[in-house]
Design a protein around this ligand. Structure first.
Ligand code: C5P
Length: 224
């Protein structure tokens, strides 16, 4: 069984997907971390992210391992745990740049399909329900007001000491800009699959969104 959860930055999809996977005893796969990994490695090597050939070369050679842990998904690149570095804004920006390159998407989509083959997976991203697993058993598209999404991202970065109080409006702008890029790119743009269930999370708590999703997946089951 594959559950696809797509949506823009700050829609709550990663947090929700992680909890849903835990409750169902499924594996959680955060596909954004794969694009982030390529951006991270490229920046480490001082490679311009727009240099498609060089970035593709890096993507072919880099070993990306996603490891499930109690705290969520850990990301190892060439055996180094880089999980904590991936949420930095420079990496978010970089991920959106490399994610628009067809060859990178091809490599990542193949990896994601391999991971999905094992079954019992909750996968979150931008194109899981549309491109990676159009036959997913259940598809959800989470969305929220852009200001609220920016606010959530701000809180997340502040907790990690990667933002200060004055950065809120800048972060809202960055979130809106990244969404525009993700929605308007030519290949695998961010969009709701026709058969995905839309959940507007603007006024909902994480718990409420999780409950909605679990109820849809397991309509007969009252509590998990
Ligand atoms: O989900 P997250 O914010 O970590 O994703 C980072 C970036 O990776 C997104 O802004 C998007 O450009 C890209 N991405 C993608 N397709 C996915 C997951 C992420 O294009 N399935």
């Amino acid at each position: 069984m594959i559950i696809a959860i797509d949506g823009p930055a700050g829609s709550g999809k990663s947090t929700v997907a992680k909890i849903v996977a835990k409750k169902l005893n499924f594996r959680y796969i955060d596909t954004g971390s794969m694009y982030r990994s390529i951006a991270w490695k490229s920046l480490q090597k001082n490679t311009a992210l727009e240099d498609k050939e060089a970035v593709a070369n890096i993507a072919f050679k880099t070993k990306i391992e996603l490891v499930s842990s109690e705290s969520g998904q850990l990301v190892f690149i060439d055996d180094e745990n880089i999980t904590d570095q991936l949420k930095m804004e420079i990496i978010s920006r970089g991920a959106a740049i490399v994610a628009a390159q067809p060859i990178i998407r091809e490599i990542m989509t193949t990896k994601q399909r391999q991971l999905g083959k094992q079954g019992k997976v909750v996968m979150d991203g931008r194109d899981i329900g549309t491109v990676v697993f159009p036959q997913a058993d259940k598809k959800f598209f989470l969305d929220a007001d852009p200001k609220e999404r920016g606010r959530r991202r701000f809180i997340e970065l502040k907790e990690k000491k990667q933002a200060s109080d004055t950065d809120l409006s800048i972060i809202i702008e960055q979130v809106i800009q990244r969404d525009n890029e993700d929605r308007n790119r030519k290949i695998a743009p961010l969009k709701q699959a026709k058969d995905a269930i839309l959940i507007d999370t603007t006024k909902l708590s994480i718990d409420q969104v999780v409950k909605k999703i679990i109820t849809i997946i397991n309509p007969g089951q009252k509590k998990i």
